[in-house]
Design a protein. Structure first.
Length: 528
């Protein structure tokens, strides 16, 4: 494998596909990034790296500590913050139950562990005044909670009115004293995602502003005193893609900082790569920028300006491998536990509905509720990480009613999905069909293909905003047949998550009354 020069180049995004709201942390010689999961479980995916250039999925931090059943789309687990102090990892997160205006039911929690692999403490409830909680460990040993402040009284625009701070007592495991309004919005407004760093006698407050869309940005302010007042960077915003539609990385914002052992600084931040300049099908991803402190003590991009770059210098001495291989994920379901790459919606995968033990060599999925259920959605899915990809699966399924379905799904949320599935139709027996829900508008596509009562294979090929489904039926080795023509999937974008590719089983006649056995799944990214 070829390598670059002594000082390599990091190519953005470093975490492709749905990996938003990054919080970066270094402990000893290891870097970690925690990202939001929203309604997908296990929650809060954590990646690790020794060089900031090559990242691997390490672990997931939220499992049975949360109950997400019934939470609407784009709610649930928001913006985790990972910190380390006194030999403990501290994880803060928000569990959002509703975003129905003018209110926001957003509950902030804290868990701790001596190792990222656990065991983790029971969650400590903190407050509900806003979201994006962050814990600052001051040099005097005191700990302070920050979060965005939500003000339902604001009648125009976003109701994120600034940042509030309150002391946290780890001995009592609760907040103490009174909350203090630390920072008001700048002209960018929509202030959130606070982090405090202390350097050179200043407390630096890093926030996200401008909303998580095209106007997203990173704002920096500083104060000699923790409780302020804070002065804003005169060149604010420090990082943004706003009003620069030609940039490859859009929606840049929500940043956090890390320092290398050699003293170099980097910022992890959120970004998107809209397909055709419009459709962020991959969701919000994570990128990395090299930064430095100028002579006046303000944070700046190493390359100048405020625009995010697709290539940034790696730390001194890091040799970055020249990676040319495609991203491939394969699962033959030959173990006893579900591969950690998979995610499920609002409920964890367990033996009651998702088993690799009942029939070794297969993943048996017992049917859940409808494809739009917010409670018992029995689907396992992986992130789409490439603009061009192919995915396939094979399964055995014996439906006896049109209310029973199993198949392959492209899924953004309960209002936006595309589903190729086997079912039963009166007088025809087992058939393949397709359904689409786009912006909460449901439609059955003109597809009705009889298939034998044997194993069915389904595949999907996507390129940009177009996807095509194919099938093979029976034991023969015949060529793949088109199930339907090209379908526009631009609607699988928007909101806070990204598109997933999943396998699912549904039974609206009798919950868990039927099952399907999946023999394999394969995803191949085809981006150059």
């Amino acid at each position: 494998m070829a390598v670059t020069t002594e000082r390599g180049v990091i190519k953005n995004p470093i975490l492709k596909g749905f990996n938003p709201d990054p919080c970066i942390l270094r402990v000893d010689d290891m870097y970690y990034i925690a990202v939001s999961s929203f309604e997908w479980l296990p929650g809060i995916r954590v990646y690790r790296s020794r060089d900031l250039a090559s990242w691997e999925h390490f672990t997931d931090l939220l499992t049975d500590q949360v109950d997400l059943r019934g939470n609407p789309k784009n709610c649930s687990i928001w913006a985790p913050q990972l910190s380390y102090s006194d030999g403990l990892f501290y994880l803060l997160y928000t569990d959002v139950k509703s975003t129905k205006r003018p209110f926001k039911d957003a509950h902030n929690y804290l868990i701790t562990a001596s190792s990222l692999e656990g065991p983790w403490s029971e969650p400590v409830y903190l407050n509900s005044s806003g979201f994006d909680p962050s814990l600052f460990h001051d040099e005097d040993g005191r700990k302070w909670l920050l979060n965005a402040l939500w003000d339902y009284r604001i009648t125009e625009g976003n109701k994120s009115s600034g940042i509030v701070i309150q002391e946290y007592d780890p001995g009592q495991r609760r907040l103490v004293g009174k909350p203090h309004k630390l920072f008001d919005c700048t002209w960018l407004k929509k202030t959130e995602a606070p982090h405090i760093y202390k350097r050179g006698g200043y407390y630096y407050l890093i926030t996200a502003e401008g909303g998580t869309g095209a106007g997203h940005a990173v704002t920096v302010a500083r104060s000699k005193e923790l409780l302020g007042p804070y002065e804003v960077d005169p060149l604010n915003p420090m990082l943004t893609s706003r009003e620069r539609p030609e940039l490859a990385l859009q929606c840049a914002g929500h940043g956090s900082l890390v320092q290398t052992p050699a003293g170099e600084w980097y910022m992890a931040h959120l970004c998107t790569r809209p397909v055709e300049g419009q459709y962020a099908i991959l969701g919000r991803e994570t990128a990395l920028q090299q930064v430095y402190w100028d002579d006046a003590g303000w944070l700046r991009l190493t390359g100048g300006g405020s625009a995010p770059r697709t290539e940034v210098p790696a730390p001194q001495g890091v040799k970055v491998p020249e990676r040319t291989e495609r991203h491939i994920f394969e699962d033959a379901f030959d173990g006893e536990r579900l591969n950690k790459t998979w995610n499920t919606l609002r409920i964890l995968a367990d033996e009651s509905w998702c088993s690799q033990r009942e029939r070794p060599g297969y993943l048996r999925i017992r049917a859940g509720e409808s494809p739009q259920s917010l409670f018992r959605q029995h689907m396992v899915a992986i992130r789409q990480t490439d603009v061009r990809f192919r995915a396939e699966t094979a399964f055995e399924f014996a439906p006896e009613s049109y209310l029973q379905m199993a198949g392959l799904m492209l899924y953004l949320n309960e209002d936006n999905y595309l589903y190729a599935y086997a079912t039963h139709e009166e007088g025809q027996g087992k058939v393949l069909r397709m359904m689409r829900c786009a912006a909460d508008e449901f439609a059955l596509l003109p597809v009705l293909v009889p298939v034998p009562d044997e194993s069915v294979q389904l595949s999907v090929e996507a390129e940009g905003t177009n996807a095509r489904f194919y099938y093979r039926a029976g034991a023969g080795e015949e060529d793949w047949q088109p199930l339907h023509g090209a379908t526009d999937i631009g609607f699988l974008s928007g909101g806070f998550t990204g598109n997933f590719i999943g396998i699912a089983v549904h039974d609206m006649q009798q919950f868990q009354g039927i099952h399907a056995d999946f023999s394999h799944f394969r995803y191949e990214g085809r981006d150059e």
